[in-house]
Ligand binder design. Structure first.
Ligand code: FES
Length: 140
């Protein structure tokens, strides 16, 4: 007789299968630091991203230094589960500091992100190569 409750493993797979597009926003030693990049309101950028995520159904996480500090602010656009199945891969965006770039990140994530929607052309110009040993970790 089948159990009335799904096994924990099955539940995890089910949850992972529904994972939305996620913006991993670097807030390490350089990204988001107003002393190093005084022309950007970094807190406002993060607020905008989080508000848009709540509105459009994608996720925003912050992380410690991802490596390429000379390309701050760095944001990694991780595909949703459906986007990954469609061939989308994590995309690193550098120099993500102005309002236009923030708008384009929001628009791409809201449209589905890697694998499901084409990135804005201007945003493609800011794609950067991830460091070889890149690992994205959530901090907040
Ligand atoms: S602080 Fe963002 S890449 Fe180093």
């Amino acid at each position: 007789m089948p159990s009335a409750f799904p096994s924990p493993r099955r539940s995890l797979i089910g949850a992972a299968g529904q994972r939305p597009c996620t913006l991993v926003v670097c807030r390490g030693c350089c990204c988001g630091d107003p002393r190093k990049h005084p022309g950007t309101d970094h807190a406002w950028q993060l607020e905008r991203l989080r508000a848009a995520a709540a509105e459009h159904g994608f996720l925003v996480r912050t992380t410690d230094c991802l490596g390429p500090c000379d390309q701050a602010n760095v944001v990694v656009v991780q595909p949703s589960a459906a986007g990954r199945r469609a061939g989308g891969r994590a995309t690193w965006v550098g120099f993500a500091m102005d309002d236009d770039c923030t708008d384009e990140l929001i628009g791409w994530a809201a449209a589905g992100g890697p694998g499901l929607a084409q990135p804005p052309v201007a945003l493609e110009l800011q794609f950067v190569r991830p460091p070889r040993d890149a690992r994205v970790r959530s901090r907040r």
